[in-house]
Design a protein around this ligand. Sequence first.
Ligand code: UDX
Ligand code: ADP
Length: 462
Amino acid sequence: MNKHKKILCIGAGYVGGPTMAMIACKCPQYTVTVVDINPERIAGWNSDSLPIYEPGLHDVVKCARGRNLFFSTEIEKGIQEADIIFVSVNTPTKSFGAGAGMAADLQYWEKTARQIRDCSQSPKIIVEKSTLPVKTALAMKRILTAGDKKKQFEVLSNPEFLAEGTAIQDLENPDRVLIGSDETPAGMKARKELVKIYANWVPEEKIITTNLWSSELSKLVSNAFLAQKISSINAISALCEKTDADVTEVARAVGMDSRLGSRFLNASVGFGGSCFKKDILNLVYLCRYYGLEPVADYWEGVIRINDFQKERFVLNMLNTMFNTLAGKKICLLGFAFKADTGDTRESPGIFISRKLAEEKARLIISDPQALENAKHDLKDCAGDIHYEKDPYAAAEGCDAVAVITEWKIYSELDYERIFSSMIKPAFVFDGRNILDHSRLFDIGFNVFPIGKPPLTHFEEYV
Ligand code: UDX
Ligand code: ADP
């Protein structure tokens, strides 16, 4: 009889936690242990208040926790016992030395590779889950096989394509699962082991296998293409604001071309999140390394447009509010990088808050899930910044309200009540185009959407 394997995941974050919970839930025959160096994170995963907010996650965790899903800080023990080890430690952009601001910071990842090598006493399959630069699997292999004892490791790349806020849906019903391996007999055998796990709930035709480099590169390219789509529509939103075009109408017309598709064409205040910027920078770094300057410049343009979009949003607020924000009270509705998550990594809210604080505006930041992270992100930001979960209390006495995150609740607020509690003239800057602009105008607001003509009560608006 086939002995069922033990799975370990190193790193209990946004990727490791939900992914392992889904595997454990769908595959009761495997024992899945998730370890992390951060004891608070592990305590959170073992409690009723999970360390990350993700719709549906709690039910999936409850389905398997204590049965075949365990969260622990005993990393070495976990490594010794495991047959298959997923590595999903964080790989932020380097903030120092060569490649600073561009290349991935691989220190956590390399520590993990060495720890796996030093604690292992039996052959293991190592699965790269973190987003990593291409050829990292090779480096992993070199670290693992360096040393006196020849230990058997096969390294696989299995990039995660889940998006936060929809992680559970994405894991349960993925567009595809990608598995890269060496195309040697041992590599192919390891590849099969991983396919076998996903085949418990993912149709086989959606599980695609490639060589290691294709798999690693596909992750970067998928994110670069998605981000490029947003930067493309955001670039056009700037042009729409200068002409009489409406970006929503343009996006609709463009998106109905089935070759382009209608998703990811929502003009916004800019994209955020832990992946897009980091992955594009990785791609740019890789291209420059290989001397492909025009290719590097091309992809870097996607980031430049995103920075431009965030900057433009603040400048528009400044210009519109009579070229001074000093002492004015501005309410930010939302701080998370997107709706349905408390994650604020690379959120446009961070840049916007800092810029507004530089202009000496008084900020009231509201968000249903992200206020603790917001406080952390802005802890070194000198300025008059307050945090208030209740959107009505946050908007009271403000000169302007700016929507940063597309939380559904913000489109359902009582804007008459908000208007009556604000300083006049009252401004709305809708950084997500989720509000009913003509209704807000009728209430009395001066309304500034993204990529659409503003609706103002001023006699002349230029
Ligand atoms: C992304 C990829 O979608 C996912 O496949 C990968 O595994 C990780 O990176 P995520 O960062 O969680 O996922 O969120 P995503 O839904 O892609 O949104 C990223 C950013 O783009 C958010 O700030 C979002 O608000 C913004 N966005 C998205 C837009 O501004 N407009 C759009 O039309 C879509
Ligand atoms: P991601 O979005 O990629 O999942 P997170 O930052 O949410 O990134 O999660 C990464 C997790 O990896 C964190 O909880 C961090 O404590 C953990 N981690 C980092 N280095 C190590 C390590 N050497 N051993 C175990 N866990 C680690």
